[in-house]
Design a protein around this ligand. Structure first.
Ligand SMILES: CC(=O)[C@@H](O)[C@H](O)COP(=O)(O)O
Ligand SMILES: NCC(=O)COP(=O)(O)O
Length: 253
């Protein structure tokens, strides 16, 4: 069995901005949330600048780049507008995600094969600017292999189908999704890709994913921001961190 290296927690603060935007104005401030998340043990901050700006704004990205002392993982669609913003800021990491204007949340992974040549050209300047490029994909061997072909350094596996199956009590589907996540983590690692995972993870679903030794980072947002309403952001994050660490230790026997 391979050793389990450190597992990082990236806290996604998008939905602090969702609440702010419900009324306009400045509160609650996602940058303040990001700084509290750092203090609570987040290893990085994730923010998704959607094309429709439904939560994070351009000004939030400007301020995050100024304020953070941990790395920013900048999630964005593969558009010229977003590429220009990423090239201006040169964040630590850029994660390319699919976007549909009408979707409630990021519904699936990017279909790399549908536009493989364009994506290979698209990520080249981002890598040259010093950002680590990650591709948000479903746990699918063809997508993993395509991510490697286009020159990505990292993949982030979409855990939404696994979390939905868990929430809906579809145990066989949940277990099948988990097996796919496990197998694709190992496959991607064998191809030299760094493996991250995220979307929809909660206290109840995080442990099995955290235990996969190839997974180096989990990005978690919506659940943590919701939980923070009841107990505060720092305790909510500290508990997630503790559950991740316990699962990691357990997987090392
Ligand atoms: C790509 C991804 O999974 C995150 O960006 C997260 O889901 C953000 O929330 P929304 O999908 O609701 O924008
Ligand atoms: N890339 C996934 C992410 O950043 C967090 O997703 P969620 O926990 O807000 O669903």
């Amino acid at each position: 069995m391979m050793d389990s290296p450190e597992l990082r927690l990236g806290v996604n603060i998008d939905h602090v901005a969702t609440v702010r935007n419900a009324r306009g104005g400045d509160t609650p401030d996602p940058v303040r949330a990001a700084r509290l998340a750092e203090e609570a043990g987040a290893d990085g901050i994730t923010a998704h600048l959607r094309e429709d700006r439904r939560h994070i704004s351009d000004a939030d990205i400007d301020r995050l780049m100024e304020a953070l002392s941990v790395p920013l993982n900048f999630e964005m669609a593969a558009t010229d507008e977003m590429q220009a913003i990423a090239l201006r800021h040169k964040p630590h990491a850029v994660c390319i995600v699919p976007e549909k204007r009408e979707e409630r949340t990021t519904e699936g992974g990017l279909d790399i094969m549908r536009e493989e040549d364009r994506l290979a050209r698209f990520i080249t300047p981002l890598r040259e600017a010093g950002s680590r490029v990650s591709i948000f994909i479903a746990a699918d061997a063809a997508q993993v292999e395509a991510a490697q072909r286009i020159g990505a350094e990292v993949i982030e596996l979409h855990t939404g189908a696994y979390c939905d199956a868990h929430a809906e009590g579809r145990i066989e589907d949940r277990d099948a999704e988990l097996r796919s996540l496990r197998d694709m983590s190992a496959h991607a690692h064998s191809l030299g890709l760094e493996v991250h995972a995220g979307h929809g993870l909660t206290y109840d679903t995080v442990a099995p994913v955290a235990a996969f030794p190839e997974v180096r980072e989990l990005n978690i947002g919506h659940f943590l921001i919701g939980e923070a309403i009841f107990r505060g952001l720092e305790p909510a994050i500290a508990e997630m961190r503790a559950r991740m660490d316990a699962a990691r230790r357990g997987s090392q026997g």
